[in-house]
Design a binder for this molecule. Structure first.
Ligand SMILES: [Zn+2]
Length: 462
């Protein structure tokens, strides 16, 4: 019975859909958490429910066509919605920034796909994704806090979302951090979101400029401060812009005290920090948040709830949607019975300048991804950045670590010359990804013996 269940699970295939305010992402995902495809299209602006449903179906059809997967091959579908949903009835209770309020998205899509459709809140599903395969992997409790246009979160306990009595738990953006503070989009005053979201940061920068302060952003954005993207905030911080630094310092402090509150309230094993603003500006924000958490005077609390960074980025939500779909189909990937690891090729002979992986021999540096695929290393680009190909940097690790490995193997060459720089080591630590470095001739043994979710970067010469 168990082996049969496992066989059907290992062949299961899910469609994960992230319906965002600006774009829709549809991905096909295996039981082992391999993202087979990523199709993105814009969310219809000012569209009604019908337009949005049409766009969801079009994105799904496109991604299935890319992979030649028919609707009859799907096991289940998971959909992430930016709002409050009723997962039992597959019903959208409210989407403040999108016209899906009151629509039975679940039953309409079930009719089209002919398989179970699971519905969840986008932040909740991002948290579920991180708990399955990202920075919260292997923990029994976690919270993911996403700082972007708004501030949202999701709480996961033992592979299940904590959604509250009315599916409204985890709305961390609306805990009040400043009594009588600025008004929030929800109507209340002084919410965390009204003080630390990108929307709040933009408002404070604009107010500073109106009061006569100067900022490099005026130059970067040619005077139009109506939309300030996270990447622009990051550039202004790098340029030591006084106004932006001051505003970001304030927002980071509010987040730090918010995180402190969360730690005292639910004592999670880890707190995952993600979202556009946090991903672009983590180098500035994380030390401020950590300093506040470390200053906790309550004995015992300081040891818990360490902050890590999102390991899955844009894929977190679709992976969480797939996990929810699998759970609805009775195949929860958190259940050891249905937990499947991607298939990996064996590393064979290595001699100076060559390496055999599976049935193929390669004569260049390679990486073996989480999905088991072998790719050429972009060595020329590394050489251009560092003057040598013996450096492994963050940019390269982002490619190697896509889709959340538990462990990254580095084959450091025949004389062990290749090594991670300090930022790259920090990148792995901040995402709880284990690092194993071995001289290339010894790598086969350690890589082949590892039964976990793994990736490798291998230097074939010195
Ligand atoms: Zn609010």
């Amino acid at each position: 019975m168990d082996s049969k269940a496992k066989r059907s699970a290992s062949e299961a295939i899910y469609l994960g859909i992230d319906v965002g305010g600006t774009k829709i992402q549809a991905s096909l995902i295996t039981q082992g958490g391999v993202v087979l495809s990523r199709h993105r299209c814009p969310t219809p602006r000012d569209g009604g429910a019908e337009d949005i449903l049409k766009a969801i179906i079009a994105a799904a059809d496109e991604t299935m066509e890319e992979e030649s997967v028919g609707r009859d091959q799907l096991t289940a579908v998971g959909i992430a919605i930016p709002g409050v949903v009723d997962p039992e009835r597959g019903f959208v209770v409210v989407t403040p920034n999108m016209g899906l309020t009151g629509i039975s998205v679940g039953s309409q899509l079930e009719e089209y796909f002919g398989v179970p459709v699971a519905l969840g809140n986008d932040c909740n599903l991002g948290a579920l994704g991180e708990s399955w395969l990202g920075s919260a992997r292997g923990t029994s409790s976690s919270i993911a806090i996403l700082v972007g246009t708004g501030v949202g979160s999701g709480i996961v306990r033992k592979g299940k979302l904590w959604t509250g009595a009315r599916e409204s738990a985890g709305e961390i953006g609306h805990i009040v951090m400043q009594i009588g503070g600025p008004q929030c989009g929800c109507g209340n005053y002084g919410c965390l979101e009204a003080l630390a979201s990108r929307t709040a940061i933009e408002r404070d920068i604009r107010q500073g400029v109106e009061a006569g302060r100067t900022t490099i952003l005026s130059e970067l954005l040619e005077g139009d401060l109506s939309l300030i993207r996270s990447s622009s905030l990051c550039r202004a911080l790098e340029a030591n812009d006084e106004l932006v630094t001051e505003v970001m310092q304030g927002a980071s402090e509010v987040l730090g005290y918010g995180f402190l509150t969360v730690r005292h309230l639910i004592d999670p094993e880890v707190i995952v920090l993600g979202g556009g603003v946090a991903e672009a500006c983590s180098g500035f924000m994380l030390p401020i948040i950590e300093r506040i958490l470390d200053s906790d005077r309550l004995t015992g609390a300081r040891e818990g709830g360490h902050v890590v960074l999102s390991a899955l980025g844009d894929d977190a939500v679709v992976l969480g949607a797939a996990a929810l779909a699998a759970t609805k189909a009775g195949l929860s990937p958190f259940d050891p019975k249905y937990s499947v690891c991607p298939k990996y090729p064996q590393i064979g002979d290595t001699s100076f300048g060559t390496i055999s992986i599976g049935k193929k021999t390669h004569e260049v540096d390679v990486l073996i991804r989480v999905d088991g695929k072998v790719k050429k290393r972009k060595k020329a680009a590394v050489k251009e950045r560092h003057g040598t190909s013996h450096v492994v940097d963050v940019q390269e690790l982002e490619r190697v670590c896509r889709c959340g490995p538990e462990v990254v193997f580095i084959g450091s060459g025949h004389q062990g010359q290749m090594a991670l720089n300090a930022e790259a080591e920090l990148f792995l630590r901040q995402r709880r990804i284990r690092l194993e470095v071995a001289p290339t001739p010894k790598l086969a043994e350690v890589y082949n013996a590892c039964t976990g979710r793994k990736a490798a970067l291998i230097h074939v010469t010195c």
